[in-house]
Design a protein around this ligand. Structure first.
Ligand SMILES: Cc1cc2nc3c(=O)[nH]c(=O)nc-3n(C[C@H](O)[C@H](O)[C@H](O)COP(=O)(O)OP(=O)(O)OC[C@H]3O[C@@H](n4cnc5c(N)ncnc54)[C@H](O)[C@@H]3O)c2cc1C
Length: 413
């Protein structure tokens, strides 16, 4: 393998984007991408349930966590949603907007996104070599030398786009963090799974209701009851606990807060938009109606039964038969039920990684390292994680674009 002008470690979403734009910006330059995976683009292929949620119609810094919103915005605005739509259209992927605001390829096929990205890379003149896991990087007087059990290769500029630790079998096993460290970068004190399902103890009724999905609101509260984060959306009961968009979205806030404050609580409102007072008033007015019947108007039968049991109220009781303590107990279970979360399902099931290289260590107009000129970072390796909806890919496209153009300009300059 010959030496390169630009070497990109990782040919996932961010790495491919950086490679395409480096090669487009500096035509004729030798742009080489190395990836450890036998099959490229595993994460793109599994994304969005195999349909690849490429981006979202509206992407704001508040859709992300990690580094400061100001820093995240600086990168996002360099390559916004309109740019993403235009870029994909130009490489042959038309996007369609769904009701939720998520954008998917009109083909509904993640494979078509990957195929077109790879074709665009080839057309721009990018070489991709895989499986080529990079074990270590040495700094040379000019440039870098990258090594693996396949040999070594040198390059004037290096782009680190190794992703995070989520779904390690896809090739993103966190080794990139170690490489970043050897190149004088620090990592956030904690690197943990985000967009991850949460587990409940064996025997919890949610586990018995596997497959039931309902709209619900979730709230992370600290030990004093102060709200730290809140999300609403579809909530899915599973054989291990809870999943679905609302749970995935709130998971990083729960996992993060719980690590430092064991008193952190996750509280669910099974009747989103309704306050305890409203529900209490409704229950008071149910006179001759069975309470269960009242609840099954808005909740699946089995869930309504389970919630009544959890509140210690018979499923046979009529409105007028509810005692005050029973009513208060049921209202609490319906609108402020604490979920006894036992943990999360870990990186193997997480869609993204929270934590990584702080954006403060990069020049955000180029994604170039402040510590190591000639080194660029982009994608999930950075301390940025988005919510469900195409935001994580938008970060990968935007940061990959910024790094690619900047490295291309450096070659020309
Ligand atoms: C199941 C699932 C579904 C998802 N769905 C969506 C979605 O629909 N929309 C959305 O916006 N986001 C989604 N995401 C998140 C999104 O896939 C990631 O945020 C995004 O892929 C990150 O891009 P990246 O290029 O930074 O990292 P990755 O895509 O992880 O790519 C990193 C690449 O680097 C390679 N690599 C790692 N270490 C080395 C090494 N040492 N040497 C050589 N190569 C290496 C890996 O093999 C990999 O190909 C999903 C994630 C998962 C797991």
């Amino acid at each position: 393998m010959g030496d390169a002008d630009v070497l990109i470690i990782g040919a996932g979403a961010a790495g491919l984007m950086a490679a395409i734009w480096a090669a487009r910006t500096a035509p004729g330059a030798e742009v080489l991408a190395l990836d450890s995976a036998r099959k490229l683009g595993a994460k793109i292929l599994v994304s969005g349930g195999g349909r690849c949620n490429v981006t979202h119609e509206r992407v704001m810094e508040r859709d992300f966590a990690g580094s400061s919103p100001h820093a995240i915005r600086k990168v996002l605005r360099r390559f916004d949603v309109r740019d993403t739509i235009t870029f994909f259209q130009e490489i042959g992927v038309r996007l369609k907007r769904e009701e939720t605001g998520k954008l998917f390829p009109t083909t509904d096929s993640a494979r078509s996104v990957l195929t077109k990205l790879l074709a665009a890379a080839t057309e721009a003149g990018v070489r991709i070599a895989h499986p080529r896991r990079v074990e270590s990087v040495k700094v040379k007087p000019v440039g870098f030398e990258v090594e693996g059990n396949w040999g070594q290769v040198s390059a004037r500029h290096l782009v680190l786009a190794t992703g995070g630790k989520s779904l390690p079998k896809s090739g993103s096993d966190g080794h990139g963090y170690e490489i970043a460290r050897t190149l004088d970068h620090s990592l956030t004190p904690r690197i943990f799974p985000a967009l991850v399902p949460l587990t409940l103890p064996p025997g919890h009724f949610c586990r018995e209701l596997s497959g039931i999905a309902v709209p619900a609101s979730l709230e992370v509260q600290n030990a004093m009851g102060r709200r730290l984060a809140a999300f609403s959306g579809s909530t899915l009961c599973t054989h291990f606990g809870l999943s679905g968009p609302s749970v995935l979205d709130i998971s990083r806030y729960y996992v993060d807060a719980k690590a430092t404050d064991p008193g952190t609580r996750l509280v669910i409102n099974w009747l989103p938009g309704k306050s305890g007072q409203e529900v209490d008033a409704e229950l008071q007015g149910r006179g001759k109606l069975k309470v269960l019947k009242h609840l099954t108007k808005v909740l699946p039968d089995r869930l309504a039964e389970a919630l009544m049991q959890a509140a210690g109220v018979s499923t046979e009781v009529y409105g007028h038969g509810l005692t005050r303590p029973q009513r208060l107990s049921l209202t609490k279970i319906l609108t402020r039920m604490e979920l006894p979360v036992t943990g999360d399902r870990g990186f193997g099931f997480a869609e993204v990684t929270a934590g990584g290289v702080p954006l403060g260590e990069l020049h955000l107009d180029t994604m170039e390292s402040r510590a190591r000129p000639g080194l660029f970072l982009c994608g999930e390796i950075c301390d940025v994680d988005g919510r469900i909806g195409g935001f994580n890919f938008q970060w990968a496209w935007a940061s990959g674009y910024v790094a690619g153009v900047a490295v291309g300009r450096k070659l020309q300059g």
